[in-house]
Design a protein around this ligand. Structure first.
Ligand SMILES: Nc1ncnc2c1ncn2[C@@H]1O[C@H](COP(=O)(O)OP(=O)(O)OP(=O)(O)O)[C@@H](O)[C@H]1O
Ligand SMILES: [Mg+2]
Length: 409
């Protein structure tokens, strides 16, 4: 038998899927106050009353999407006991829908059966609104529309938010009562909205703070009790994942990912019990994945900055100031055939890459003579950055300093 055959044998898992991102737990722990507040905001629905528009915000992985799925599932189940109550819910993630037009189509399609979906083009914006109002009024009753990651809608393109949150007052709807739930992890999104959109969309604003280590322990225990066999974990595993999750800005996704990856590593090693060493090994893998995902979300010019800094790192020039990065960035732009941005733009984006954990930013203070300035360095392993930039490097050619780090398959 080859060593790469697949066979079931030793596993610490009972139900591994309970650790995946889209699993909605039966019980929601560690968010008591926020869930109470959210519950109260949705309470009118059960009386058939006009729902509040709710705006939910908090950083990545603090349970916004999961809490929403959990509460809406309860609401739908509990609504069934009232024959006079008709409740419809529709959920869209706005990632990829940056205009009101596209959000309108996505909502319409979320409300319709797939055979009645409309295509992405060929209508005017007002036609889309008309179709949407008709769809909503045909359903009547209460309709809750969830716009997750609503900050993906571009600035100045948010008319759909106003239209939806004021549809009844503006006489566009007669039968349906619509409530909008907007969710964002961009804390500046609310300020970016025009005042009239803000006041209608953010009727109830609920903020989800980051999790502390105790709350993460509760969250992990609850998920682990479903995911692992009775003695599938040693005692130190959950506290360790919780502590690391708390360090990673209180992100439950990170903590759960560690637990899942540690389980996979243990299983790969033919171990029936997950131990702290597996978590340590998992940490390197999960961080690597997160950085790769972070880099893959960057736009072309942000990648050019990173490319420039990678070459300087390979040449042992780092840490460097932004004015030393600029000529290299400019050079990379010229290779790519793109117009360069200004030095000011570069500085702003260096700071942003710093906030993403891709670069390190250090302030140097040379006193009166030298003044204060910032220095930048790669926060991550050069090989990892180069492999995450592969697409960009492939398209504009590999800089000589990186030839040792770049694998051209
Ligand atoms: N209180 C909780 N109980 C159980 N699981 C939770 C809890 N909070 C978060 N999770 C889990 O953590 C992961 C991340 O949570 P979620 O997807 O809700 O984050 P989010 O706030 O929507 O983040 P983002 O802004 O990145 O979308 C999910 O797998 C979710 O099920
Ligand atoms: Mg989410």
């Amino acid at each position: 038998m080859s060593s790469h055959s697949f066979e079931r044998s030793i596993t610490p898992f009972e139900n591994r899927e309970a650790l995946l991102d889209d699993y909605t737990p039966d019980r929601f722990v560690g968010r008591d106050e926020e869930i109470d507040e959210y519950h109260e905001a949705l309470e009118p629905v059960i009386y058939g009353e006009q729902p509040n528009n709710v705006f939910l915000y908090g950083k990545a992985g603090v349970g916004k999407t999961a809490a929403t799925r959990y509460l809406l599932r309860n609401l739908e189940e509990d609504a069934e006991q009232y024959p006079d109550l008709s409740l419809t819910t529709a959920y869209i993630n706005c990632d990829g829908f940056e205009t009101s037009y596209r959000v309108g189509i996505a909502l319409l399609n979320a409300l319709r059966l797939s055979e009645n979906h409309i295509s992405e083009s060929g209508y005017s914006k007002s036609e889309i609104y008309t179709k949407l109002w008709r769809e909503l009024d045909d359903r009547g009753g209460i309709v809750l529309l969830v716009l997750d990651e609503v900050d993906h809608i571009h600035k100045g393109e948010d008319s759909v938010l106003y239209q939806l949150s004021r549809a009844r007052e503006n006489g566009n709807l007669k039968d349906a009562r619509v409530g909008v739930i907007g969710i964002s992890n961009d804390l500046t999104f609310r300020e970016r909205l025009s005042p009239k959109v803000r006041s209608s969309l953010c009727e109830r604003t609920i903020s989800f703070p980051h999790y502390n280590a105790n709350e993460l322990r509760e969250v992990l225990r609850q998920r682990a009790s479903v995911a692992f066999k009775d003695d599938g974990l040693t005692e130190d595993v959950i506290p360790k994942c919780a502590a690391l999750g708390a360090q990673a800005s209180g992100d439950a996704r990170h903590a759960l990912d560690l637990l899942l990856t540690a389980g996979d590593i243990a299983r790969g090693d033919d171990e029936e019990v997950v131990q702290e060493v597996h978590v340590e090994e998992a940490l390197a893998r999960v961080e690597r994945k997160e950085i790769e995902e972070g880099i893959s979300d960057l736009n072309d010019h942000e990648r050019y900055i990173l490319y420039a800094l990678a070459t300087l790192t390979a040449e042992d020039e780092t840490p460097v100031r932004s004015r030393e990065i600029y000529p290299r960035y400019q050079y990379i732009c010229s290779l790519a055939g793109h117009e360069k941005h200004t030095g000011r733009w570069l500085r702003d984006h260096l700071d942003e890459l710093g906030m993403l954990g891709i670069l390190s930013v250090t302030e140097q203070n040379k006193g009166r003579a030298g003044g204060k300035y910032l220095e930048y360095d790669l926060q991550q392993d050069l090989g990892l950055v180069v492999s995450a930039l592969k697409e960009t490097i492939d398209s504009i050619g590999v800089h000589e300093s990186l030839s040792d780090y770049y694998a051209d398959e």
